[in-house]
Design a protein around this ligand. Structure first.
Ligand SMILES: [Zn+2]
Length: 420
């Protein structure tokens, strides 16, 4: 397995203060640095104001002890050709910066300081409570979806709303109640177990470790959080008209449960065997043999802390085509899962395309963070490789299919054009 250079092997060090630093030396003339802290929308419960994690993320990006002037850090980065980004997710917030290597020390110190020693004032909160209000306006109408159909699916069909809109943005009163004091109180939660720092490119690992080692020790207690589980509202087949639907949009989906790395990988192999444009069996059947569809979408979601879901979205032109699909679809999925030749070919292809993965340090960093977010550790390429190899064994595949896909309850829904 060690015949190739495993690009996901990082130098990972847990520092005495509890911070985990993942370093990746990569031959590029810049440094890519990312920090994740264990505070997100789902932590805005109990005494923490809804929207506070997100508001804090906005407020943090203004001033810090090292760059005390307004947007001083951002100016420094962009002045040298670098860039910066920040994001609040359900269970964490993340901050990232990149800069040519000559300036990496100041940039790394600046990023650490921004995240862990921000300067937050009444004035900054005043501005950001407004921008958050504007950002909310963009999401409010169809939350948690982006349009009427999306919203119906996520709230009336398979309920998929882990947090309320209020947890993302707060309401007017929550935002008015935010103060310098309450922001610093929420900020203290950044210094709890679960801080991961990723540094990639041309930099000095010893120095990065020293700088991250100077952060205050992390508290061992994690803040409370709440996520609404994914659950069914209505599984039996039903239909509904939508104004902006142009075709008969057929959906079928199931809650698959918590997936191990092998099971998760199996899901992507099965999806590929069914839905790949070139060789997928559903494409062969519905597009190349019958000419009934233009596109088929596999809907696979596996958010950490929430159950994985798996399904299909097939837009069709006529109602009788929907009936035809419904009559045969599940048998076709099963036949594909049990088609050993097909499954093996997809696995071998995936193994072969691994050569082209992760060509850039940005991809490596993104994959590493995603992996820590899901598994708590960086899953190496060799580990992924062995998960794929394990799936070459037909009995392993059959077992996963029967246990997870075979017993799952698939719900069905048809969106109909208003004109139909
Ligand atoms: Zn925002």
């Amino acid at each position: 397995m060690a015949q190739f250079n495993d690009r996901l092997i990082f130098d990972t060090v847990t520092l005495p203060n509890g911070v985990v630093l993942h370093g990746k030396r990569w031959d590029v003339p810049f440094v890519d640095m990312r920090i994740i802290v264990p505070l997100g929308h789902a932590h805005c419960v109990n005494t923490i104001l809804p929207g506070a994690a997100h508001l804090l993320e906005h407020c943090i990006c203004h001033r810090s002890a090292k760059f005390p002037t307004e947007r001083g850090f951002l100016d420094f980065l962009t002045e040298h050709g670098g860039h910066h980004d920040a994001l609040t997710a359900l269970m964490m917030s993340s901050y990232q910066a990149a800069i040519p290597s000559a300036h990496w020390r100041d940039a790394f110190a600046g990023l650490l300081c921004q995240v862990f020693e921000p300067v937050i004032t009444e004035e900054i909160i005043g501005i950001e409570r407004k921008t958050l209000g504007v950002e909310r306006g963009r999401r409010a109408r169809w939350y948690p979806g982006d349009n009427e159909l999306d919203q119906y699916l996520a709230t009336q069909w398979l309920i998929r709303k882990p947090v309320e809109l209020r947890h993302l943005f707060g309401d007017d009163i929550d935002r008015t109640n935010a103060s310098v004091e309450s922001m610093y109180k929420v900020h203290r939660l950044y210094l709890t177990q679960g801080v991961h720092i990723f540094v990639g490119g041309s930099f000095d690992m010893g120095e990065a470790l020293r700088m991250a080692g100077d952060l205050p020790p992390l508290a061992s207690q994690k803040p409370p959080w709440h996520l609404e589980p994914i659950r069914w509202n209505r599984t039996e087949y039903h239909e509904k008209r939508f104004d902006d639907t142009a075709r008969f949009e057929y959906f079928t989906e199931a809650i698959i449960g918590d997936l191990s790395l092998e099971e998760h990988t199996y899901g992507s192999i099965l999806s590929s065997a069914l839905g790949n444009f070139a060789w997928g069996t559903l494409y062969q059947w519905l597009r190349h043999e019958r000419g009934l569809v233009y596109d088929i979408h596999i809907e696979a979601n596996d958010e950490p802390m929430l159950a994985a879901t798996w399904g299909l979205h097939i837009p069709l032109g006529l109602r009788q085509h929907v009936n035809l699909v419904r009559a045969e679809l599940m048998d076709r999925i099963r036949a594909t899962a049990f088609n050993d030749d097909m499954m093996l070919r997809v696995i071998r292809r995936r193994l072969a395309t691994q050569a082209f993965d992760l060509q850039r340090i940005g991809d490596v960093m993104k994959t590493a963070i995603e992996s820590v977010r899901r598994q708590g550790v960086i899953v190496t390429e060799s580990r992924f490789h062995s998960a794929l190899h394990a799936l070459e064994e037909p009995s392993v595949r059959r077992d996963i299919f029967e246990r997870l896909w075979g017993t799952a309850e698939f719900g069905e829904f048809l969106a109909i054009p208003a004109s139909a």
